[in-house]
Design a protein around this ligand. Structure first.
Ligand code: PNS
Length: 160
């Protein structure tokens, strides 16, 4: 079975993430969406909450949601994963993603990183943008799955 991992902070998951996850599941037998904490980012949701939000949006037995407290490649090796799948938006993503792909390959040579080009309409979309729009009372419903719009709005208003 060919397993792919879609790793990220997913704080919160966006329609851009979901598109990449669903397209990865067309290419691999099983996809694990791996929620990791990124020490460089302040988070709005805890890792457990982020996992819950992703699970609300996905109804596909070939897609699992998990978390791991350690190196992504150690998790990939434990699971026997063949690839890490990441979305690329603009060139601005490339430097960082290429560095991650190279360090991951150097740590665990069996892993491949596969980049999928983001859809045109998601080129500008990021979790940070969603949080900014939401915190300024903007409408986020075009950017995140409908199942979680309310959760994000409530958190932005500090009500949950
Ligand atoms: O959504 P993000 O924040 O761009 O995702 C980055 C993430 C979480 C995938 C990356 O920081 C990561 O892989 N973290 C786990 C620790 C690790 O393996 N780092 C790479 C080697 S230094």
């Amino acid at each position: 079975m060919r397993i792919a991992i879609c790793p990220g902070s997913f704080d919160p998951v966006t329609l851009g993430h979901l598109d990449i996850i669903e397209r990865a599941s067309e290419l691999f037998d099983k996809v694990i969406v791996l929620v990791l904490s990124n020490s460089a980012k302040n988070s709005m949701f805890t890792v457990e909450e982020r996992m819950g939000l992703i699970k609300k949006c996905i109804n596909n037995p070939d897609i699992e949601v998990d978390t791991y407290d350690g190196l992504l490649v150690d998790y990939a090796e434990q699971k026997g994963a063949a690839a890490i799948v990441k979305g690329l938006r603009a060139m601005s993503d490339f430097d960082y993603e290429f560095q991650l792909a190279l360090i991951n390959k150097s740590l665990y040579p069996k892993i491949e990183t596969v980049f999928l080009a983001a859809k045109g309409e998601n080129m500008f979309l990021s979790s940070s943008m969603v949080k900014e729009v939401c915190s300024l009372n903007g409408d986020i419903s075009s950017y995140v799955p409908k199942e979680i719009v309310k959760d994000i709005n409530l958190r932005c208003k500090g009500e949950k």
